[in-house]
Design a protein around this ligand. Structure first.
Ligand SMILES: [Zn+2]
Length: 145
């Protein structure tokens, strides 16, 4: 079991349906803050709905995935809805950079030259630094007009 292999099902198995449901609501309300992900653990802050922020930690080891929280339910060792919320944030919002980059490349290679040109022009409009690079191309080929 690795953190990046965690799925929705694992969350339900870990905390049960009731806590998972509450955790999902917390996740959807954007209460999960400052997700810090390492190879083996996730640290996060959890904004309380009517109470102070909690600190949540989720990790995996030989026993699988586990977590704790500073709220009164968890008392620093039990899983709670906040652990579930952090895991939902991780499962739904994470971006595996390597996979995404290769997928983007694959899609770009499918586009026609004129579609690529449109895309680059569009990017230039949104990004002045990139637009200067496009302008530099014109200067290079000397076809400015
Ligand atoms: Zn908690």
């Amino acid at each position: 079991m690795k953190l990046k292999n965690v799925t929705e099902d694992d969350i339900y198995t870990l905390v049960g349906h009731t806590l998972a449901g509450r955790g999902y609501d917390d996740y959807e309300s954007g209460l999960v803050k400052n997700l810090k992900v390492s190879e083996t653990a996730i640290d996060a802050e959890m904004a309380g709905r009517s109470s102070p922020n909690y600190t949540v930690k989720v990790w995996y080891d030989d026993d699988g995935i586990d977590g704790n929280c500073t709220c009164s339910y968890s008392q620093g060792f039990d899983v709670c809805q906040h652990v579930a919320a952090v895991l939902f944030e991780w499962v739904y919002e994470r971006v595996d950079e390597g996979v995404v980059e290769s997928q983007i490349r694959q899609e770009l290679e499918r586009l026609s030259k004129s579609e690529l040109t449109d895309l680059l022009m569009e990017a230039g409009k949104d990004n002045p630094v990139f637009y200067r690079r496009l302008r530099a191309l014109v200067a290079k080929t000397g076809s400015e007009g």
